[in-house]
Design a protein around this ligand. Structure first.
Ligand code: GRF
Length: 202
């Protein structure tokens, strides 16, 4: 069997997507393995999932650094020491500097709870409710310097139901996120999805 691709997962909070990836990668046929979990918050509940699974985990607290560039420089250096094939942002609530993103472009993925390019940025579930759309969903995409605008790896549609709030829609989307991120990382790990050379923002 070919070696499983090494994934570093970056979190800030609950870590339910991390948990789903941990569970899915327990299957011996999974083409990727979670090698390391990194949190920018020492109190991120998701760290307990990493601990429970016996995964290497590291906290790099952004509050210990005077600037975004300093934090990103330390994160970049740390990632280079562990050498992941894929760096998966999973509820990582930090804007990353262009320099960091360019240095990891083609390995750096994110999950966002909308059907991008619709509803970029904060509170996409509320944006979907406010827009009155009949469906929303979730997207796994390559990270590029523009927020939530990188090339799409995979998407899953989710209906918006009458009476939905951001919370009820968000919960329905989250169930699909947990399947979608595994599907997308499987495609990346197998070489079936890759960053398109020469891609520019549309
Ligand atoms: C998810 O909705 C993800 O799409 C967004 O942040 C949320 C993280 O949830 N980027 P969790 O920490 O994985 O539970």
């Amino acid at each position: 069997m070919t070696a499983r691709k090494k994934v570093a997962v970056l979190i800030s909070g609950t870590g339910s997507n991390l948990k789903a990836l941990i569970d899915a990668s327990a299957d011996s046929d999974c083409p990727y393995a979670i090698d390391h979990v990194i949190s920018n918050r020492p109190d991120a509940p998701g760290l307990t999932y990493a601990e429970g699974a016996g995964l290497a985990r590291t906290v790099i607290d952004h509050k210990d650094f005077a600037s975004r560039e300093q934090f990103d420089g330390i994160l970049d250096g740390f990632l280079k020491t562990i050498g992941p094939d894929i760096v998966a942002l999973a509820g990582f609530m930090r804007i990353l500097s262009v320099r960091f993103i360019e240095s990891w472009q083609g390995k750096l993925t994110n999950i966002h709870p909308s059907l991008l390019p619709a509803f970029k940025g904060l509170k996409p579930q509320q944006q979907a409710i406010d827009a009155g759309v009949a469906e929303s969903g979730c997207t796994v995409h390559w990270v590029t310097p523009g927020v939530d605008e990188g090339p799409i790896i995979a998407q899953q549609r989710v209906p918006v139901l009458p009476g939905d709030s951001a919370e009820t829609l968000g919960a329905r989307i989250l169930v699909e996120e947990h399947k979608l991120y595994h599907r997308a990382l499987t495609m990346v790990a197998r070489g079936e999805a890759f960053f398109p050379v020469g891609w520019t923002p549309g």
